[in-house]
Design a protein around this ligand. Structure first.
Ligand code: ADP
Length: 244
């Protein structure tokens, strides 16, 4: 998409009509892949993300196994049709980096010590990308881990804040990410108030940076509520099925 003249209109609204501190519409569902031990699907604005979790299971290759805990592996991948120009399906440097960043954001939540000598594998597939897919990937993967029944300290949830046309904004879409002044993705476990990912691209004053962190955390807390509802919804369905 070409560069828009402005990212904010005269009323201070964004290109998609959102207010500065407004999240994109978001919805989630768990347990949608029968073959995986856990799975989740998320839509956040135009982002569409699928996550599958396999494990805890025997590690292959075996020499990677750890005697005292499970290993957590993560693959973030953008489908070739996820962006306007076909993306090569081969893993890019960006995808390899994001796989590591996402793994590191999720690891503090998982009780890996419960499952020595096993692996827990997370696959994140971006079906449609529109900015903030690392955050959307983390939120979806945490739900898939919970759906797999893997014990966690809390769900991990992620959201970015940033700056466009001189104003701080929440939950950047692709055009804001590309043409804005800054992007601050943040992941946290809201239940125990622990941040597991904090990155920054672009430039902000210290005061703006602190405000952006606050905004991103507020966004995370809202998305956390949707995550919990998605998990509960699955168990309501299970209960209804057993009662039939
Ligand atoms: P994030 O998705 O976490 O914001 P980036 O800042 O690296 O990660 O990417 C921002 C956005 O740029 C992506 O969400 C996607 O919309 C777009 N993008 C990333 N890679 C490509 C690509 N190969 N081709 C076209 N657009 C891309």
């Amino acid at each position: 998409m070409s560069k828009p003249e402005k990212l904010l209109d005269k009323k201070g609204l964004r290109l998609d009509g959102r207010k500065l501190d407004e999240l994109r519409p978001i919805k989630m569902e768990v347990g949608i892949l029968a073959n995986a031990d856990g799975s989740a699907y998320l839509e956040q604005g135009r982002n569409k993300v699928l996550a599958a979790v396999y494990g805890p299971k025997e590690v292959h290759p075996k020499h990677l196994a750890l005697p005292d805990r499970a290993i957590l592996r993560c693959r973030y991948h953008m489908a070739p049709f996820s962006v306007e120009e076909r993306k090569s399906p081969a893993p890019s440097r960006r995808e390899i980096e994001l796989s590591k960043v996402i793994r590191d954001a999720l690891e503090p939540a998982v009780f890996l010590e419960y499952y020595p000598r096993t692996s827990i594998d997370i696959f994140i597939e971006i079906l449609q990308a529109d900015g903030g897919t690392r955050c959307a990937g983390i939120t979806t993967a945490a739900l898939a881990l919970a759906d797999a029944g893997i014990p966690m300290r809390d769900l991990v949830v992620a959201c970015a804040a940033g700056k466009a046309d001189g104003k701080l904004i929440l939950d950047l879409m692709d055009l804001e990410d590309k043409y804005g002044e800054a992007d601050v993705p943040l992941a946290m476990m809201p239940g125990i108030n622990a941040v597991t990912l904090l990155q920054m691209d672009g430039s902000l004053t210290l005061e703006e940076f602190e405000k952006a962190i606050e905004m991103a955390m507020e966004g995370c807390r809202k998305i956390y509520e949707v995550q919990k509802e998605a998990l509960k919804a699955k168990y309501v369905t299970v209960k209804e099925e057993t009662e039939e």
